[in-house]
Each structure stands twice: as C-alpha cells, then as structure tokens.
Design a protein around this ligand. Structure first.
Ligand SMILES: Cc1cc2nc3c(=O)[nH]c(=O)nc-3n(C[C@H](O)[C@H](O)[C@H](O)COP(=O)(O)O)c2cc1C
Length: 220
C-alpha cells in the first residue's frame, strides 16, 4: 500500500496549470504503483488554514498543555491533524503558483502551522525524512537566466528550503513558466514556447511518477 499526500494551493480550480501537472504526476504514480494506492488530499486554497490558527498553535508550544486556552487547544489539534496527514505519506506532492513574486499565502499558512507540530519543527527528524516528494510550480511570466525578472521568483527557493532542508524530503521540482502567455496579448510571441514548456512539464510529471516505484523500493 502506497500513500500519496497531495496538497494543492492554486486559487483556481478551473484552468489551473499547477493542479493539471500535479494530476498527471499523481496518475503516473498510481499507474506505476498499482491499485493499492491511497491519496490524502489537502486543498489549502478552498479549505484554508484560518488566520489565527498559526499564532495560537505556535504560542501554545511554549506553555504547558494544562494551561492552554480552548482556542489554543483547538489550534494545536488542527496542527496535529495537518501533521498527521503529512506524516502518513510515502510520497508527497505539493502544487503551487507564483503570486505577487512570492509564495501562496495559503501554502505559507499551512507550512507555518505544520511547523508548530514538534514532529516538523526545525531540527526535528521528521516522519517524512528521505521520502520522495515533488513540488509542482506554475508561474505566469518567465524568470530564466538573463531575463528581466531573473531572481524575482521568491517562492520556489523558500519552498525548497522547507520541503528539502527543514523536513528532509527527497525533493524534485517540476516548473512551468509563461502560463499567462495564452491570455496576455503582450506575450503572444511567447505562446509557442509556453505550449512546449507545458507539454514538457506533463512529460516530466509522467517520468517523475514512474520514478517513485524505484525510489520507494530502494529506500525500503
Ligand atoms: C493574484 C495573482 C498574482 C500573480 N502574480 C504573479 C507573479 O507575481 N508572477 C508571475 O509570474 N505570475 C503571477 N501570477 C500568474 C500565476 O502565477 C499563473 O497564472 C499560474 O499559472 C497560476 O497557477 P495555476 O495555473 O495553477 O492557477 C499571478 C496570478 C494571480 C491570480
């Protein structure tokens, strides 16, 4: 039995590139793993972590449980539930979008809340250490070397830091750029490149999905 933990954070449900590429990846993992696969889903865009949960759970961590307020106890229970879902994963898939040159606030709120659980705090030997993980990123513009916006994506490196360095996941990143080319007249000249990149991302997702079987077996 293989358990995939799948988190989506695009604020779009229709036309989302990150969700579509993550769908391809998930289908490929399931196909190569066989039918005994469970998917735990967490959609932090449609079911967001409430804004007060993180602070309540974080501060509760500094005081004895007996002194928690009912709000702190409830925030701690919620953080524990999020951490349980992630802990159950054999494979982690996180899909996200670049917003205002930074990380999705919904995804950040989820990360901050999970980190309040002692299993996922800095320095912890997390339950997902060494597990295969995939970060699927969609960006409207182009941020490649030599482009005017090189270095303006302030989301991907942060997410890599948390998933790979703080939580110890064995991370691969699948990135798709220029997703706004189809709907932005000024980017019309980039549409062929954008379509090719999107096709390549789906192909990369299929290949990545097939790699999971071997990764899980060699880790066992
Ligand atoms: C509110 C908002 C802010 C955005 N900010 C950026 C940005 O700073 N840079 C960028 O390249 N694209 C930006 N985009 C475009 C998205 O990154 C792009 O549409 C991406 O494909 C969204 O992911 P999705 O297709 O999974 O929904 C923004 C989109 C929205 C809705």
């Amino acid at each position: 039995m293989t358990t995939i933990f799948r988190l989506d954070s695009s604020i779009r449900t229709e036309g989302s590139v990150s969700r579509a590429v993550a769908d391809t990846l998930e289908a490929s993992i399931i196909e190569s793993e066989g039918t005994a696969t469970t998917v735990i889903r967490r959609d932090v865009a449609s079911d967001s972590v409430a804004t007060d949960v993180w602070a309540r759970s974080a501060f509760a961590g500094y005081i004895p449980e007996a002194d928690w307020t009912p709000e702190q106890a409830s925030a701690k229970a919620y953080a524990n539930q999020l951490a349980d879902e992630l802990s159950a994963a054999d494979v982690v898939v996180v899909s996200t979008s670049l917003y205002n040159f930074g990380v999705s606030q919904h995804l950040k709120a989820w990360i901050d809340t999970v980190i309040t659980d002692p299993r996922f705090g800095p320095g912890a030997e997390t339950p997902v250490k060494g597990k295969p993980a995939f970060l699927v990123v969609a960006r409207g513009g182009g941020y490649g070397e030599g482009t005017p916006r090189e270095g303006w994506d302030h989301a991907t490196a942060y997410l890599q830091r948390i998933l790979s360095d703080v939580w110890g996941l064995d991370l691969d990143i699948i990135e798709t750029e220029l997703t706004l080319a189809e709907v932005t007249p000024q980017m019309a000249g980039l549409r062929d490149i954008a379509r090719a990149q999107l096709a390549e991302s789906h192909e990369n997702a299929r290949t990545a999905g097939r790699s999971v079987h071997l990764k899980l077996r060699s880790a066992a």
